[in-house]
Design a protein. Structure first.
Lengths: 112, 167
């Protein structure tokens, strides 16, 4: 599968995530769009790791573990995302408890 | 057009359609469920790329744990389409235009990168995505980051408890 297809798919998913962050006011939806962007990057990392492997095995038949690092990075991104979600949702629950809304425009009181 | 290409385009169309539905559905619960569909489509892509470990982890951690947490919070706050705050139309239009400009810049960048044109991602062959190879690397070269991960989770857990606690 040509690598450009994966790049275009990841770019489209990432742009949809950016549009979601810019156009929605619900804090939970904004947070979900950030997860969407993280996932598109994960997909691109896996596709690049397999591209790297295909390039290495074409030159050297014994290079069978090239590109494993890319997939481990994806694993670590998932780990960090899980930690981030738990803290972020705690903050959103706290925001809801204080303002009875999840509208992110309420957060502009941090300005003063 | 072989089976891999058909599956690739089907999964891509499913992922993009579900991602757009996340944005345009008014009810937050529907958004969460569409995002689960996106994650399943991306897991399908991982299986297509023979990254089996990541496919399973993506399904369990993202579609299973994280999205259930989101759904739990949405249902706890009793959000629905009536309470959904809306930005005005001009702000939405500005957001869509800036996101579209981002997409356009990067698509033109990829089209001009002539190095990439002959490169192919290996699908359904190559066993670097199997748990055997990933585990060997994880416990040899990446053992220090792997152990630091436990500290990160501990601090995230304590942070979530401290933030969520009532004074």
């Amino acid at each position: 599968m040509p690598i450009q297809y994966y790049i275009y798919l990841s770019l489209a998913l990432f742009s949809i995530g950016i549009i979601g962050v810019l156009t929605r006011r619900n804090a939970i939806i904004v947070f979900m769009c950030i997860e969407l962007m993280l996932n598109s990057v994960n997909l691109l990392l896996v596709a690049f790791s397999k591209m790297h492997l295909a390039f290495a095995t074409a030159n050297d038949k014994l290079a069978t573990t090239v590109g494993t690092d890319g997939q481990l990075f994806v694993f670590f991104i998932m780990v960090v995302a899980a930690a981030e979600v738990s803290v972020g949702l705690a903050i959103i629950v706290m925001l809801y408890r204080n303002t009875h809304s999840v509208d992110i425009n309420f957060l502009n009181r941090l300005k003063n | 057009m072989n089976t891999t290409e058909i599956l690739f385009f089907f999964l891509s169309a499913l992922a993009l359609f579900s991602a757009i539905m996340v944005l345009i559905s008014k009810n937050p619960i529907h958004s969460v469920l569409w995002l689960v569909a996106v994650f399943f489509a991306i897991s399908g892509h991982y299986i297509l790329l023979n990254a089996q470990f990541l496919a399973i982890v993506n399904m369990i951690v993202y579609a299973g744990a994280i999205m259930v947490l989101f759904l739990f919070v949405v249902m706890l706050m009793n959000l629905n389409s009536e309470t959904e705050p809306q930005k005005n139309l001009w702000m939405k239009l500005a957001g869509v235009i800036s996101g579209g400009c981002f997409l356009m810049v990067f698509v033109s960048l990829v089209r001009q990168a002539t190095d990439l044109h002959a490169k192919k991602a290996m699908t359904s062959t190559g066993d670097i995505g199997l748990i055997k190879n990933l585990g060997k690397l994880l416990f040899s070269d990446y053992v220090v980051p792997f152990e630091i991960t436990s500290v990160l989770f501990l601090s995230a857990m304590i942070g979530a408890i401290v933030i969520g606690k009532k004074e």
